[in-house]
Ligand binder design. Structure first.
Ligand SMILES: NC(=O)c1ccc[n+]([C@@H]2O[C@H](COP(=O)([O-])OP(=O)(O)OC[C@H]3O[C@@H](n4cnc5c(N)ncnc54)[C@H](OP(=O)(O)O)[C@@H]3O)[C@@H](O)[C@H]2O)c1
Length: 332
């Protein structure tokens, strides 16, 4: 921080993070990226939101992930982010990789959802206005839409890049078969898919059934969301349900019943983590990073201390056979 309160980023920020190549592209991403799905909405504490982004950047996290509908209300995370960019990050724009997405319900009527050209183009225009940006670095189709021809959706993504509104294109939540078709269309259009964003954690391993192999073979990057299963893969729920936890504060996506159901596994994994001299959050992140087909792990955070804690995961991404067997025994 300078005298006038203007944010000055930590000088040693690039010494604290490893960067991985995204597929076979020219783009390097930090091993940890920060998502703004929670804690950046209209009612969230603006000062805390600002501190989260500064803390991340000071520690070498150059990638911030958004979507049109992050908030609540929808759009408000992008508005908050736009304000913080203006206040603190203006001179760092070229050091940042900013992504947004469209694909889920965003506004009323037939043009505010799914995968049409109409929706994707107008949604990105709205996102750019909210963030006060000329372009995003990565624009994603947020989820597959079986009712829109893939050619139309991919054509819209290609157009967005050709118009200069995004530098790269990503897909999220696509299953392998549809992803492979989409990669082919994008490649033929001259806008290869940069990255895929799937959910992946110790508790949700669906990408091991085909998608990871496809991404490796196609040389498309992988950035995995909810690596901590929204906080379940930490030690926070082991002694009860803290008042300031996501499960209690915001039960929209993480239900307390689910946390309680997973508790025996959480406790057993916590013991394995301790034997590795990590906490559970760190082990959960390391476990994803052990695979070199993964480009980045996309964390969320409600406190700066969590970012600092999670970053330590990058210090040990090696797992012995015995540790892997023990983890699989707990999960099966
Ligand atoms: N493409 C998609 O469809 C999609 C869907 C979901 C998310 N995403 C992206 O992925 C990002 C991350 O998702 P997520 O927030 O579910 O990720 P997550 O990392 O699994 O969960 C984040 C939550 O875990 C807790 N936490 C984080 N670090 C911790 C630590 N070191 N110790 C203890 N607790 C810790 C915090 O919860 P508390 O609030 O309890 O403190 C935090 O808000 C999103 O912001 C978004 O960008 C994408």
């Amino acid at each position: 921080m300078s005298k006038k309160g203007t944010y000055v980023a930590a000088e040693d920020r690039y010494e604290k993070m490893n960067y991985r190549r995204t597929g076979n592209s020219g783009l390097l991403l930090p091993e940890l990226s920060l998502g703004l799905w929670h804690n950046f909405g209209e009612k969230d504490d603006f000062k805390n939101a600002r501190n989260l982004l500064k803390c991340a950047f000071d520690n070498g996290i150059t990638h911030f992930d958004l979507a049109n509908n992050y908030g609540p209300p929808y759009g408000s995370a992008e508005t908050t982010f736009g304000k913080i960019l203006k206040k603190d990050f203006k001179k760092y724009r070229d050091e940042l990789i900013i992504s947004s997405k469209a694909g889920y319900d965003m506004w009323l009527g037939p043009y505010g959802n799914y995968g049409s050209k109409k929706y994707l183009i107008s949604s990105l225009d709205q996102s750019l206005k909210r963030m006060n940006l000329d372009y995003v670095d990565i624009f994603y189709h947020h989820r597959p839409d079986e009712n829109t021809p893939l050619e139309e959706t991919m054509g819209a993504l290609d157009l967005i890049v050709k118009q200069g509104k995004a530098l790269y294109i990503g897909l999220s939540n696509y299953r392998p078969e549809r992803a492979e078709k989409a990669f082919k269309i994008l490649k033929d259009l001259g806008t290869p898919c940069l990255i895929h964003q799937p959910r992946y954690s110790l508790f949700d391993r669906w990408i091991e059934d085909g998608l990871l192999d496809l991404l490796g073979k196609s040389k498309v990057g992988a950035i995995c969301f909810s690596p901590l299963a929204q906080g379940m893969l930490t030690d926070k729920y082991i002694n009860g349900l803290p008042k300031d936890s996501r499960a209690i504060k915001d039960g929209r996506y993480l239900k307390t019943d689910k946390v309680l159901e997973m508790l025996p596994k959480i406790k057993a994994l916590n013991e394995i983590a301790k034997n590795r001299n990590q906490n559970l959050a760190q082990m959960a992140i390391s476990w994803i990073l052990k695979d070199d087909r993964i480009t980045s792990v996309l964390i969320g955070a409600s406190k700066t201390s969590q970012i600092i804690d999670s970053i330590k995961a990058t210090e040990n991404t090696y797992f012995s056979e015995e540790e892997l067997v023990n983890i699989n025994t707990v999960l099966n």
